[in-house]
Design a protein. Structure first.
Length: 446
């Protein structure tokens, strides 16, 4: 039973609405076999999330938090996935909520059509071809209020706008763009966030215990503790490309990864770079203990149809034993999974490349290894472009067993960019993309 069973925030309150949450349904096994792998990687099961009105979902967790969901259903839970203990059950996390971009006077504006939406930790179960929500926990401040998904700081984060991009909304220093998720042995959760970028420790009931941010961020006005514990160089993250993946190593350490290279010394260097960074964090020491350089493959290797290096991203990392990580390199249309080992000799923490005045920067080096930087070695596990049935924009990966992975996509709440995302009544014109979880059998044991 969930540690917060019986609390009035539990999603079982939604049962009265008739939504397909299957809260009392019997557990259906995931159906992944343990036989030796053979043949190419292939999908062995697919499960899809049904339609759950976002307002109904949100208001059952935090009363009156959403007054108009604009016809949007629950989505975005594919930001990450983590095994929940029972076969076929997973913890997932939403991102900051429905958002898009609309051009006004030639400039893109970031829209938040449901500004009251609060990021949530969502527990799902694979039941046949369905993905059922069986629990959910709102992420809240110390006083129990919604953190919301709104940007934190004017001048550093994008200005938030209404659904039609005509009205500017307020910033919220508590706001989180949650992405990666893992669960600790004590039942608490760790999340990563793109705004800070930050590492966030959350109680079993969803309350933010501590938010760890880069030194010098000077985030004030929060209703929870903020600790400047990460290297200051991470202040140079690209907007909307902060921490995206999070892994829990067997010894208890956490590893977080930047989705894209840092803007060092500027955006041009960032967009041309194929080098991003990982941080290792000790919850016991409450401190960063190592930093690693990770080198993307060329963009046309990851995605043969793409020639823009800035489209490369890392969306998920998964611990696969010892100090090994499974890393997802992707664009919006393609993805490849690589394995790396976190060798102590590859630690660059506190070195010259943590000084943002170093020239050339790590991001500017055409060949970091040739320049003496100990870049992490890697080995290709599977090219997901070659696996029929895998959805686009996979952002969450979990290890099911020795040769099987669970993959889940981020469907962006069914939103698209542009003025046509909403009809004349301000209701969503849904993209039709569903949240889908697939099991992929690998040709080799991880």
């Amino acid at each position: 039973m969930s540690p917060h069973a019986g609390r009035n925030r539990r999603v079982h309150r939604l049962a009265a609405t008739g939504l397909p949450l299957a809260l009392a349904a019997a557990l259906v096994a995931a159906g992944t076999a343990t036989a030796s792998p053979s043949g190419p990687a292939h999908v062995v099961r697919t499960a899809t999330l049904g339609d759950i009105p976002l307002g109904t979902f949100s208001n059952a967790l935090l009363r009156d938090s959403v007054d108009n969901d604009r016809g949007i259903d629950l989505g975005g839970i594919g930001s990450d996935i983590y095994p929940a203990g029972r076969k076929g059950e997973y913890w997932t996390v939403t991102d900051r909520g429905p958002n898009g971009q609309i051009k006004v006077d030639g400039k893109k504006r970031r829209t938040f059509p449901v500004p009251g939406f609060d990021p949530a930790i969502v527990k799902v179960r694979v039941s046949g071809d369905r993905l059922d929500v069986i629990d959910a926990i709102p992420v809240t401040t110390s006083s129990g209020k919604a953190v919301t998904g709104l940007p934190d700081q004017a001048g550093r984060d994008e200005t938030p706008y209404s659904y039609d991009a005509r009205t500017a909304l307020s910033y919220n220093p508590n706001g989180l763009d949650t992405e990666g998720i893992v669960r600790a042995d004590d039942g608490s959760f760790w999340l990563v966030d793109e705004y800070g970028p930050s590492l966030v420790h959350v109680s079993a009931h969803g309350k933010v215990l501590t938010r760890y941010v880069p030194k010098g961020l000077q985030l004030t006005g929060t209703d929870y503790p903020v600790v400047e514990a990460l290297p200051s160089v991470f202040l140079h993250r690209k907007i909307n490309r902060g921490f995206e993946g999070l892994a829990l190593l067997p010894g208890g350490d956490l590893v977080m990864v930047l989705q894209s290279p840092l803007s060092l010394p500027d955006g041009d260097a960032r967009d041309a770079s194929r080098t991003t960074r990982l941080l290792r964090f000790s919850p016991r020491k409450k401190a960063v203990t190592a930093e690693y350089a990770y080198r993307f493959d060329p963009v046309d290797v990851v995605d043969p149809g793409e020639d823009d290096t800035s489209e490369l991203k890392i969306s998920s990392i998964v611990a696969v034993g010892g100090d090994r990580l499974l890393v997802e390199e992707r664009t919006d249309n393609a993805a490849r999974l690589e394995v790396v080992r976190l060798d102590r000799r590859s630690d660059i923490l506190g070195g010259v490349y943590d000084d943002d005045t170093t020239s050339p920067s790590l991001e500017q080096l055409d060949d970091p290894a040739a320049a003496g930087v100990p870049v992490l070695g890697k080995r290709l596990v599977v090219d997901l472009n070659t696996v029929p049935g895998v959805p686009l924009k996979i952002e969450g990966i979990a290890r099911v067993d020795h040769d099987t992975l669970a993959l889940v996509n981020d469907n962006d709440f069914g939103m698209t960019d542009g003025a046509g995302a909403f009809d004349a009544q301000g209701r969503l014109v849904d993209s039709g993309v569903k949240t889908t979880l697939v099991y992929v059998r690998l040709p080799k044991v991880l």
